[in-house]
Design a protein around this ligand. Structure first.
Ligand code: HEM
Length: 267
């Protein structure tokens, strides 16, 4: 006999199973069960956000023939920045940015805090590593001609990143507030003051008061742990977006394959 019942309204029809739901396949062992749970958690997020499309766009891409180890210098710089951010956050938990207590707080980190000397050492040497890497990466992009059309904007963003990185080193150097950092930075700020037009304003801005002291330290600390890392993170975001959008440049010695038909026409 024919089914005379009216069809169910769309809202009441059973929904097809989503990728994160049980699909009838029973996991065979504990390891598979854990893996399945992980996969369904990721699927659950992806069903609601479609993030996997963006992640695939960012990570799975063709790279030019001839790509070599020098192409890892940008990622190495990124890693150095992230290491600086992590160790910097730990140091900020103990550091005291006041002219009378800064030196003592740094001494406390070095001598008393568990692994304090290690974390401080990583941050201090890591800053040098980052500066060296950023210059090497810039050299690679320069010698491979990666600054040319259509990557000029990425080069300009890179120059801003270079300046911000150097400014990070300059502002960080004052923070231990010992004799060396105090006098070196006094000289550095004075040198800034000799610049044409903006020099005196820059000098006033950095000193942050009539004299080099507590206000200067507070200003350097705010720049070093808030303003500059924020600006660097934003600039790296734009830099990497352009790298993903435009792809990387092939080494200049790699010749493109010419269609043999075109070669014939040339002759
Ligand atoms: C915090 C600093 C920086 C980070 C984290 C960074 C990161 C990266 C990464 C991951 C890449 C892709 C891989 C590679 O080619 O190495 C890249 C590419 C590039 N970077 Fe940087 N970079 C920084 C600074 C600079 C500087 C200072 C310049 C130049 C002034 C620069 C110019 C470029 C250019 C032109 C490309 C495209 C390379 C190509 O098309 O082959 N970057 N960057």
């Amino acid at each position: 006999m024919a089914n005379l019942r009216p069809p169910l309204p769309r809202a009441l029809r059973p929904k097809p199973k989503g990728p994160s739901e049980d699909n009838g396949h029973a996991p065979t062992g504990a390891r598979e069960a854990v893996a399945e749970k992980g996969i369904s958690a990721v699927d659950w997020v992806d069903e609601r956000t479609s993030l996997s499309g963006g992640a695939r766009w960012l990570m799975f891409r063709k790279i030019p023939r001839g790509t070599n180890w020098f192409y890892t210098l940008g990622s190495a710089t990124l890693f150095a920045f992230l290491a600086q951010a992590v160790t910097g956050v730990i140091l900020a938990m103990y550091y005291d940015p006041s002219a009378t207590r800064a030196y003592e707080s740094v001494r406390y980190i070095t001598n008393e805090v568990f692994l304090g000397e290690f974390v401080r050492g990583m941050h201090k040497w890591g800053s040098t590593v980052m500066v060296i890497l950023v210059f090497l990466h810039m050299g690679r992009t320069f010698f491979y001609g990666a600054y040319k059309y259509p990557r000029e904007l990425n080069w300009v963003i890179g120059v801003v990143l270079l300046l911000l990185t150097l400014f990070m080193s300059f502002t960080g150097y004052l923070l231990p507030f010992d004799q060396r950092s105090f006098w070196a930075t006094t000289v550095g700020v004075a040198i800034n003051g000799t610049g044409p037009l903006v020099g005196p304003y820059l000098n006033d801005f950095l000193r942050a008061g009539p004299e080099f002291g507590t206000t200067t330290l507070a200003r350097f600390y705010a720049l070093h742990m808030l303003v500059l890392p924020g600006a660097i993170a934003a600039m790296i975001g734009a830099h990497l977006y352009l790298v993903a959008r435009l792809g990387t440049t092939a080494p200049p010695w790699i010749k493109t394959d010419i269609d043999p038909e075109l070669r014939k026409e040339d002759a």
